[in-house]
Design a protein around this ligand. Structure first.
Ligand code: SF4
Ligand code: SF4
Length: 189
């Protein structure tokens, strides 16, 4: 008995007073993914990587917005979104107390504007994503020789870009090749 008491005193407190006191989590703990709207470029990498489809994205080409949504009720805290996000807009935190009385409270939604094509007027890609691509190209020094040209390129949708390339392609064979790569709009123009 004495031995046992001695051992208990040596070990000290083996339990924690949670939830009456905050609990410390281990280093590298994977808790709630926290989303920063201002950093998000709506690239969709997180939605593609998320195994249980907790993150979803939907494009509304009529309104010109892309919506981003996370459902914490589906999240398995794997951290894939954190790994693939190019801007650090979603990072895992140490937060784990997510209990809620209402399912809706476990969802976060954001809307990001799409860019209108300067040629056909259709919405085609998130403005922020295009700006991010341009900034990355500039940073890498790839736009040095034709800054304006690159800027204009980011204003045109892929279909119209292909169409423009077909128009400027030298010779009928080259033109045919560009068209065959799949522009539907060629017939409309
Ligand atoms: S932690 Fe995993 S499951 Fe949760 S949102 Fe990110 S990718 Fe999806
Ligand atoms: S990967 Fe990052 S930047 Fe891209 S949509 Fe997800 S949160 Fe936004």
């Amino acid at each position: 008995m004495f031995q046992l008491l001695k051992k208990a005193l040596q070990v000290g407190e083996a339990t924690v007073k949670y939830p009456f006191q905050p609990i410390e989590v281990a280093p590298g703990f994977r808790g709630k993914p926290v989303y920063d709207f201002n950093r998000c470029i709506a690239c969709g990498a997180c939605a593609t990587a998320c195994p249980p489809n907790a993150i979803t994205m939907e494009q509304d080409s009529e309104k010109g917005i892309v919506s981003w949504e996370i459902d914490y009720g589906r999240c398995i805290y794997c951290g894939r979104c954190d790994e693939v996000c190019p801007t650090g807009a979603i990072v895992l935190s140490e937060e784990f107390e997510l209990a809620s009385f209402r399912r809706e409270d476990l969802r976060i939604r954001a809307e990001i504007r799409l860019r209108r094509c300067s040629s056909c007027g259709d919405y085609f890609a998130p403005c922020r994503e295009l700006d991010y691509v341009l900034a990355s190209l500039e940073q890498a020094g790839l736009t040095r020789n034709d800054q304006e040209g690159w800027k204009q390129l980011m204003e045109v949708c892929p279909d119209c870009r292909r169409l423009q390339a077909a128009r400027t392609a030298v010779g009928p064979q080259a033109r045919k090749k560009v068209i065959e790569r799949g522009t539907v709009k060629w017939q409309r123009k």
